[in-house]
Design a protein around this ligand. Sequence first.
Ligand SMILES: NC(=O)C1=CN([C@@H]2O[C@H](COP(=O)(O)OP(=O)(O)OC[C@H]3O[C@@H](n4cnc5c(N)ncnc54)[C@H](O)[C@@H]3O)[C@@H](O)[C@H]2O)C=CC1
Ligand SMILES: O=C(O)[C@@H]1CCC=N1
Length: 272
Amino acid sequence: MKKTIGFIGSGNMGGAIIGGLVGSALVAPNQVIVSSQDNESLQALKEQHGIRIAADNRQVAVESDILFLAVKPNVYTVVIDEIKTSIKENVVIVTIAAGKSLSDIEERFGRKVKVVRAMPNTPALVGEGMTGICANELVNVAELTDVKNIFDSFGRSEMVSEYMMDAVTGVSGSSPALVFMFIESLADGAVRGGMPRQQAYKFAAQAVLGSAKMVLETGKHPGELKDMVCSPGGTTIEAVAELEKNGFRSAVISAVQTTIDKSIAMSKPKEN
Ligand SMILES: NC(=O)C1=CN([C@@H]2O[C@H](COP(=O)(O)OP(=O)(O)OC[C@H]3O[C@@H](n4cnc5c(N)ncnc54)[C@H](O)[C@@H]3O)[C@@H](O)[C@H]2O)C=CC1
Ligand SMILES: O=C(O)[C@@H]1CCC=N1
């Protein structure tokens, strides 16, 4: 891809996308330009990936063909007000913020701009991201393909209707945090059984990775895969019964629902 890809924000998600993108070699490092308020993370990204650091947000806006807004939702207003007169005429704005709709972004720019709304996740950093994507009507097929190729370069992505973005936030945007808690808990259990902690993380993480791959690669229902592990009268069914007793599924479903509720609440205009 010949385009310049700009990032405003170099935190957890911006950094993960930049790391994944440059690592994939879809673009050369000097095609990526970044600005942020955090000089330390900018320098670290430059050292690690060879990307260019901009003097300020406006320079990123002036140079970018595809411009990622990778700042927290509460600074969107400030950042967009700062750059809206500097962006290229045909720039594609990519918003990754929870609860920021396509129309929110258009409204903030005060005119029709090409906007892609995406919800990625931090596994982008290791080439295993998952991203839900939707776009406004101004983004043409070639532009959407370019943006999708960026997300596909560090994992998988799927086009979804905008109403589904809150669910995407729950099931893949936020869920790595829940999966890390699960891995930590599995390891705690193994430590309790006498395994050294570092070794326990390795066993737990590989078990989660392998299980996820089985779902993706066999196409079998997760329940069927679970049944394959549960020997009659064996060890696993004891653990399944214990999780059921403690409301595991219900707790996870409610946890995902809270992210959906929060994402919806964040998209509502605040008073004052
Ligand atoms: N962390 C995650 O797992 C995910 C985050 N997101 C979204 O990504 C966005 C960023 O989140 P994180 O990277 O986690 O936040 P973060 O706090 O790690 O990073 C925010 C970045 O914005 C920069 N920044 C703050 N004010 C700025 C300004 N005025 N001008 C330029 N840069 C400024 C900070 O220096 C920092 O580099 C959020 O909108 C969030 O909803 C989306 C999916 C997953
Ligand atoms: O917690 C958040 O708001 C962001 C969005 C999805 C993951 N992190």
